[in-house]
Design a protein around this ligand. Sequence first.
Ligand code: NAD
Length: 257
Amino acid sequence: MSTAEPNASLNDLISLNGKRALVTGGGKGIGAAIASRLTEAGASVTIADLDPAGADFAADIGARFVQCDIAHAAQLTAAIDDAAGDGNLHILINNAGIFPTTGPVVDVADDFVSRMLEVNVRAQFSATREAARRMSNGGSILNMASIAGLSGGANISAYAASKAAVVSLTHAHARELGPKGIRVNAIAPGVIETPGVAEQMAPLRASGIDIDSRIAANPVGIAGQPDHVARGALFLVSDLASFVSGHVLVIDGGSTA
Ligand SMILES: NC(=O)c1ccc[n+]([C@@H]2O[C@H](COP(=O)([O-])OP(=O)(O)OC[C@H]3O[C@@H](n4cnc5c(N)ncnc54)[C@H](O)[C@@H]3O)[C@@H](O)[C@H]2O)c1
C-alpha cells in the first residue's frame, strides 16, 4: 500500500527502508543521534564529518563514513556521491555547524563572522544544491537551525544570523523544490547536551557556575538530549510528514514558549 493512503500502517509510514541518506556532522552530538535513528528506521546512511573519530561511531551503527569538510566543494561532493550510491539520494540532514565562543558585537572580528556564515550558511546551501541534483525521485531535506535563529541572543549575533539564514533557506527551498517532490524542513533546537556544548560550557563549569540547572531551566524541566532532536528529525524526513514542508520544528522543552 502506498504511504500516501490515509490508512497506511504506522510501520510503513515511519520506515526508511530503501532510502539513502547523508548526515553531515554525524560523527557526534545531534548528527550522531539522527544517523542512529535513520539507520534504525532502515535507511542506508553515510556520515560526513570533519573529525575522523566519527568513523568508529559510523561502524558501530552500520553506517558508512566519509571524512569531509562541508565547506570544501570537492570533499562535499565526494560525500554526497558516496551517499547517493547509484545516483539517487533520498534524505539530506544538513546538520554540521559551528558555534565557537563569540562575545559582544563590539569585539567580533570580520574573519569570525565570515567563517560562521561560510560553514553554517554557504556550505549548507551547497549541500542542498548537490543533494537536490541527485534527488530525481523526490526526497527530504532537513536543515539544522536553532532557537537563536528565531529569537536572537546577546553575544551570539553572528551565530544567530547564520541560523536565521538557515530558516530563510528552509522556506525558500521548500517552495522551490516542492514541485520536484522534495520536502524541506528545519529543526530549531534549544540547548542540547552535546560534545560541542560541553566544550562551550567547560570554562563556566570550571568557574563554579551551576550549568546543569541552567540547561534544564525550561518548562519540561529536563536537559535536552541529542535523541530528543533525532526523534523530530525522523518524523520530518519520514512519510509521517509527507504533507509537511517549509516547517521549522522547535525542540526546546518549551523554553521559547
Ligand atoms: N547543541 C545545541 O545546543 C544546539 C542548539 C541549536 C542548534 N544546534 C545545531 O545543531 C548542529 C549540531 O550541533 P551539536 O551540538 O551536535 O555540535 P557538536 O559540535 O557536538 O557536533 C558537531 C559535529 O559536526 C562536525 N563538523 C563541524 N564542522 C564541520 C564541517 N565543516 N564539516 C563537516 N563536519 C563538521 C564536528 O566534527 C562534529 O562531529 C549544529 O548545526 C548546531 O549549530 C545545536
